[in-house]
Design a binder for this molecule. Sequence first.
Ligand SMILES: [Zn+2]
Length: 409
Amino acid sequence: MNTAWIFEQLDIISSIGESVEGGQNRLAFSENDMKAREFLKHLINQIGLEYREDTFGNIFALYNTGSENQIVATGSHIDTVPNGGRYDGTLGVITSLAAIKEIKENKENIRHPLELIVFQAEESSRFGHSTMGSKIISGKLENFVQWEQSRDNDGISLVQAMKDTGYNFYDINKSVIEKDRYKYFLELHIDQSKTLMNANVPVAVVDGIAAPLRVRVTIFGEAAHSGSTAMRDRKDALVIASELILAIRNISLAYDERQAVATVGKIDIFPNAINVVPGTAVMYVDIRGIHAKTIEELFGLIRAESSKIALRYKASSEIELLSSEKPCALNNIVTDTIEQSCIDLNIPYIHTISGAGHDTMNMAELAECGMIFVRNVSGISHHKNESILNEDIEKGALVLHDALLKLSR
Ligand SMILES: [Zn+2]
């Protein structure tokens, strides 16, 4: 594996849109994003591959020697959050390209064509919608009107930003890809948690991508004078909410973290005044897991607990479902292949799940998917300090290369 080549390309891409402090700024459809994409196209040509770009700016570079039609694809994104890290997305793109380059140069005998996909607008930072490019190609774009109306912080609409960079928003639906084009899809990504760092392993086989179910719980207590209302006569909505928050924590602790987690991240109380016993508390719960059934189960337990606690205070509660996304279990054949590559290469690994969303979730509509995580030695992501060891990059790239070979033979 030509790791020097990988480091060199990572350096070049990272220099595009880099702030003085080292943060990466390649927001989707920005000038820097376009510059980096131009560089990638040049790199693809240099390797002797042809590329096509769809109506949204997703880039596809095909290496076709296969006798069978179904493509084995690999890739990630190069757009970033403001002041993002060097590796989020970009590492997957460059290692994918390096793997295909290696397979091409070694004239490996493969049955399926290989393809690099560089997704556009994975990050939601600019227009508020995530994994846009992969949603489009997989036919998962549902909120066309919301996308059409979305604007960035400077008031520039997605429609305008696309127009300014040579794309037509009203053509995006032309980029949906037919269901039988891909056989497998693999994404290598930097770990966006401390999991691999804590486990002290360079890579991980990802078993699934968690998705959030979000609910709003409203506690109806009774607002009252904070001085004249006896403690035993109170229906303090915030006290009830506090008990519920602790109950949610205890219920979730009983679940393996790989299965599900739940968080109360936001709470509003009314009237929110120092001399009034809180009458109403509105809390927002985010429940995540990799199996829809487990998420539902946890949701059910939280629902039961909220009415039970409210009842104890002679108050009432209401729970509303705000949104429910489908978690993505990754394909066994692909995860087993990645695992076998780690074993064959003698690279230590663990199994993990992804708490963050990725383009792979959408690609699962088009192909059997798998993900490889590479250790993040900073333990943080979406931050300029995101960091990774060169030797881990090499190990990740080797696993990706080997798994692609195995899957395309
Ligand atoms: Zn990413």
